[in-house]
Every structure is written in structure tokens, then in C-alpha cells.
Design a protein around this ligand. Structure first.
Ligand code: PEP
Ligand code: CO
Length: 580
């Protein structure tokens, strides 16, 4: 066939497919109208938020990897139209603040079919919703009790996953018990959930090309080693080993060198020998390396030289230079940092002596497009596993129970870390643990408290007691870094004394609760930096200090070993008691 004739034929086929799609959409809307009439005789609001979620979840499950990302967008519009067909419904946004941003978020979550109005007075808006077909968007996550007949049926979240509003209306159907977690899992299941802290790429097609290239690459780790780490962590959970996890806050292209990787690995091994030696148990070593290229950030932008520009989010996403162009997310960076991860893995393992302790690799599972692309399936055991690292953790800002990160993490066979900050309630922890470790398997979960020196005594015992009460097994491992940030000379700094104090408080609390103090999770580097203040013989040098971190301040070698000595000292008497 001549090329032109072939093109014409293909277009003709596409036209026919479009006709069929249109016929199906119309059939669907007709059925919706009939359902609406069946619900309550044709009056009243027809919202069924749970049903909407179920439809999107089911179709995302069914879709192939290429189509899955589009499913929530396409069906959001179809279902938004369906609501209008059933009963024309307005959306009323209360309050003037942040108008455009909130409108955008509403449109992203609920499609573009409903007319939107702004209304100043909350009571007026609620009165309209109680009597009429309207959805009210209230500011904030919580508020006063609602008038009879109205329920708060959903939350509006911003790009960071922070709740910025709640949706209130008359619901046609009481919320059915959530069936969300019993449904099957696929590497793309996370796409039907809100994903906090994701970069906003200007070019999605390029991102998809990069995902396909990553998916074609070999995994960085092996399932055998993941299983080995799980059994070692099970020993930690039983109190028969300690976990020593640490490395850069964020790995950068700028600071990369084979020598630096060896120094960091050696420092972890030395710290493990110190703590394990004193506690008289083996140490398990896990580096924050070969994947730690993206950071969650508390704010999306910063002011530099009077200009507001997007924040730096790690070399895997954008550039450190303080200008708007450098800060634009670029998917090609994902390939560059993955190349560096491959090299990092080689240097980490090539340099280590045969028979020496393994140093496993870990990072925060933040960029789910990347994690999905590197996810592997093991035919023999029928398990999915992340190929990007032995252990992944879910961060403090992305651990929403119904969010995309928890959804991704629950399906993979790797050990999962979970950051537990001061805002976490016992109930939240138990629900997360149920989702992430339904079978209560020792070695699956590493809980990483990061309350801060002043808050740990208040926050941690409750969490430990709740886990114990429920008979839950986990590794408990203290992150004494992220709750102890300060600013000095315009820079992030941490005091070694705060870090030591929180670490020892953690050990005391665990002992008092009858729980094994399983180890530490640190930001450290074996190179000679001065980013944390205190410890060692050197004075803090203010702005002249060698500060190379792309994000948070790390402990240097000497500071790390001082912390190690304090922990060893804590363990020593009890180990002696056990030996005697
Ligand atoms: C981190 O470990 O680098 C981090 C961002 O921690 P958190 O999620 O606990 O703030
Ligand atoms: Co950090």
C-alpha cells in the first residue's frame, strides 16, 4: 500500500474507534441518569465518593503500565460529567485566600464539569449545600461541626500532600467500609492515589521516555540479598543484632567520588563494630547510597536575591544553582543519577574484601515513577520487589495512609522503613503498620522515630506501647538528625549534643518499654566536612566551615564515632551483665 493510502486507512480506523468511545460514554451517562433516579426518586445530591475511588482503582489495576497513569485523569472527567448529568451540582469555594491555587487543586481532583463559585461566608455556603446541589470546599483540615445532613466526604491536598481543605456535601450513599487495601497490587497501583512531593515536569512525554529507559535497565540489587537483609533485620527485631544505617542526606553529582563512597562505607562498618561490639551482637550495615537523589521539601519555593524560585529537590530532579532555569525539573536527570548509582554500587562492593560484612543500599522511595520503572517480578516466589535498593523507606512527608507512597511500598518484598515524627498518633502508626506489614513478619518493618531531642520523651513511648500492645514486631531505629535542625549563619546546622541526647533518650525509652533499641539512622559522611556543630576537637567555623551537603548537615567521621562511643557506652554495662 502507498504510504498516503495507509495513513488514510489508519485515520479512518481511529475515527471509528472515536465513534465507539462516544457511543459508550453516552451509554454510560444514560445509565448514570437511571441510577440517579433509582437512588432517591430523582432529587438530592448524587455524590458517591467511595464509588468513584473504587472505579478508578479498579481500572488502574486493569490498565497496562502505559495507560495506567492516564486512567485517573480520563475517568475523573467522565465521572465529573456523570455527576452533572444526574443533578447539576455547583462547587462553592469558601474564602478569598489562595483563590487560583485552590481552584486548580479542586479542578485536578474533581474535573472541570462543575461550575465553581466563590463565597465569603462559610455559614452561607453550608446553608446552600444543605438545601441544594452543591459541594462546599472549606479551608483547612478540621473545623466546627457541620449542620445536619451534610458530611465531610473528602480532603483537598496540595502538591505536597498537605491537607488544605475539606469537601462537604450531601452524600447519596453512606461511605462503604474501605475496600482499598484488599485489592490487588501492581507496580503502578500508586497512580490512583494522591502522591505528595512529586516534581511537576514541564514535559510528561519526556518523563515517560525516561521511565521506559529505566525499566530496560538491570536492577541495582538482587532479590537474594534483599532476603538476606530481611533475615538480618529479623534478628535486629528479636534483639539479636543492631542496625547501622547512614549516609548523605542527598547524594550529589558534584560531591561524587569512588573514594568518598569507600570512606562512608568504612565509617558505617566502624560504627557497627563500635555499637555491635559493646552490645555483643552483630551489626547490620545499610548505606543511604546509590539512590538518595531526591528530597521532600517543606516549601515549594524560596526567595533568592529578592526572586521567588522553586526549591532545589536533589540532583535527580533539578539543579542546585539559584536560578529559575536550573530549578526546572528535568527527567533526563533521572538517567544521570541512575548512572551514578550504578557506579556507586560497583565501588561499594568491588572495594570490599571477600567475606567482609555486606553494606546494603537504601534510599527514600520518593520518586514513584522511578521506583515503578525499576520494580521486578520474581516468577518463582510470585513476589514483586524494588530493584532500586535493598531497603526503601517512606518519609515523614509522604506517609499518608491513603497516599501513593504507602500504596507503592506495601506491595514490594523489600524491607520498608517508616519515619515516625511528632505528628504521628498511635492510631496512625498502627494503621500504617497494618497496611505495610499485614502478616507481622519480623524483618519487614523498620520504624524510624525522628521526634527531636525535646519531643522524643513525649512522642515515642506512646508509639512503642501501641506496637507492643498489638503484638507487632518491628525494628526500632532512631533518626536523631531530622528533629534537631537549627539555623546558624543562614545555614542549616545540627548540634552534636542534640544528636547524642536524642539518641541516648531513645535507648533509655526503649529499655523502659521493654523494647530492643535496634540502631541508628544517620546523615553522615566519611569525608572531612564541618556541617554539624560540636564534638571533636574542632571549633565551629561559622560560614567558613567546609559545608558540602546538598541539603541537611551530616556528621563527619569524628562526630560519628563520638556518637558511636556514647551508644557503646550505653550498651556496655548491660552487655557485661548479660555475659556475667
Ligand atoms: C531524610 O531522611 O532525609 C528525611 C527527609 O527525613 P524525614 O522524612 O524524616 O524528614
Ligand atoms: Co535529611
Amino acid at each position: 500500500m502507498r504510504p498516503n493510502a495507509m495513513l488514510a486507512q489508519l485515520r479512518d480506523t481511529i475515527d471509528q474507534i472515536d465513534n465507539q468511545i462516544l457511543d459508550l460514554v453516552e451509554q454510560r451517562l444514560t445509565l448514570c441518569r437511571e441510577i440517579a433516579a433509582a437512588k432517591d426518586g430523582g432529587n438530592g445530591l448524587k455524590l458517591c465518593p467511595d464509588r468513584q475511588r473504587q472505579v478508578v482503582d479498579r481500572l488502574t489495576d486493569r490498565a497496562n503500565d502505559e495507560t495506567a497513569p492516564a486512567v485517573p485523569h480520563i475517568w475523573r472527567e467522565i465521572m465529573a460529567q456523570a455527576v452533572q448529568v444526574q443533578t447539576p451540582t455547583r462547587i462553592l469555594i469558601v474564602g478569598k485566600a489562595d483563590r487560583d491555587r485552590r481552584l486548580n487543586l479542586v479542578r485536578q481532583a474533581y474535573g472541570s464539569a462543575a461550575p465553581v463559585e466563590w463565597i465569603d461566608d462559610e455559614a452561607d455556603a453550608l446553608a446552600i449545600a444543605a438545601a441544594d446541589d452543591a459541594i462546599v470546599v472549606l479551608p483547612g483540615a478540621i473545623g466546627a461541626a457541620l449542620p445536619a445532613g451534610l458530611s465531610s466526604f473528602d480532603q483537598l491536598r496540595d502538591e505536597q500532600g498537605v491537607i488544605v481543605g475539606r469537601l462537604v456535601g450531601r452524600i447519596a450513599q453512606p461511605a462503604a467500609p474501605s475496600v482499598g487495601r484488599t485489592r490487588s497490587w501492581r507496580p503502578h497501583s500508586w497512580r490512583s492515589r494522591p502522591a505528595a512531593q512529586q516534581p511537576c515536569y514541564p514535559n510528561m512525554r519526556e518523563l515517560h521516555r525516561v521511565e521506559r529507559r529505566l525499566a530496560a535497565r538491570a536492577p541495582l540489587v538482587e532479590l537474594n540479598d534483599i532476603d538476606a537483609l530481611r533475615s538480618s533485620l529479623a534478628a535486629v527485631a528479636r534483639g539479636e543484632a543492631v542496625l547501622v544505617q547512614g549516609g548523605d542526606c542527598v547524594e550529589t553529582l558534584r560531591e561524587y567520588s569512588p573514594g568518598k563512597i569507600r570512606l562512608t562505607a568504612d565509617l558505617l562498618l566502624q560504627l557497627g563494630a563500635q555499637i555491635g561490639g559493646a552490645a555483643d551482637v552483630p551489626a547490620v550495615h545499610v548505606a543511604r547510597l546509590a539512590g538518595q537523589y531526591a528530597k521532600p521539601r517543606s516549601s515549594q519555593t524560596e526567595i533568592v536575591g529578592g526572586m521567588e524560585i522553586p526549591v532545589y529537590r536533589g540532583d535527580g530532579i533539578n539543579g542546585e544553582d539559584a536560578d529559575a532555569a536550573a530549578r526546572l525539573p528535568d527527567p533526563q536527570r533521572l538517567l544521570a543519577v541512575h548512572d551514578q548509582a550504578i557506579n556507586t554500587v560497583h565501588h561499594l562492593w568491588d572495594g570490599s574484601a571477600a567475606g567482609s560484612d555486606p553494606v546494603y543500599i537504601s534510599h527514600e522511595a520518593l520518586l514513584l515513577n522511578v521506583e515503578q520503572a525499576l520494580t521486578q517480578y520474581d516468577e518463582r516466589s510470585g513476589r514483586w520487589w524494588a530493584g532500586s535498593g535493598h531497603m526503601l523507606w517512606v518519609g515523614e512527608r509522604t506517609r499518608q495512609l491513603d497516599g501513593a507512597h504507602v500504596e507503592y511500598a506495601r506491595g514490594i518484598a523489600n524491607p520498608i522503613g517508616l519515619k515516625c515524627g511528632p505528628s504521628m498518633s498511635e492510631d496512625e502508626l498502627l494503621r500504617l503498620v497494618e497496611v505495610l506489614d499485614p502478616a507481622n513478619e519480623a524483618g519487614r518493618l523498620v520504624l524510624i522515630p525522628r521526634h527531636g531531642r525535646d519531643r522524643i520523651a513525649d512522642g515515642l513511648p506512646r508509639l512503642m506501647r501501641a506496637m507492643k500492645r498489638e503484638g507487632r514486631s518491628a525494628v526500632w531505629c532512631i533518626d536523631p538528625m531530622h528533629g534537631n535542625g537549627r539555623i546558624a549563619d543562614g545555614r542549616k546546622v545540627r548540634l552534636v549534643e542534640d544528636i547524642v541526647a536524642e539518641t541516648l533518650a531513645f535507648h533509655d525509652i526503649a529499655a523502659a518499654e521493654g523494647i530492643w533499641a535496634g540502631g541508628v539512622h544517620l546523615e553522615l559522611t566519611g569525608t572531612d566536612v564541618m556541617e554539624c556543630s560540636g564534638g571533636g576537637r574542632r571549633r565551629w567555623l561559622g560560614s567558613r566551615a567546609p559545608y558540602l551537603s546538598g541539603c541537611d548537615p551530616r556528621l563527619n567521621r569524628q562526630q560519628t564515632l563520638e556518637l558511636g562511643a556514647a551508644i557503646a557506652n550505653w550498651h556496655a554495662p548491660s552487655a557485661r551483665r548479660r555475659a556475667g
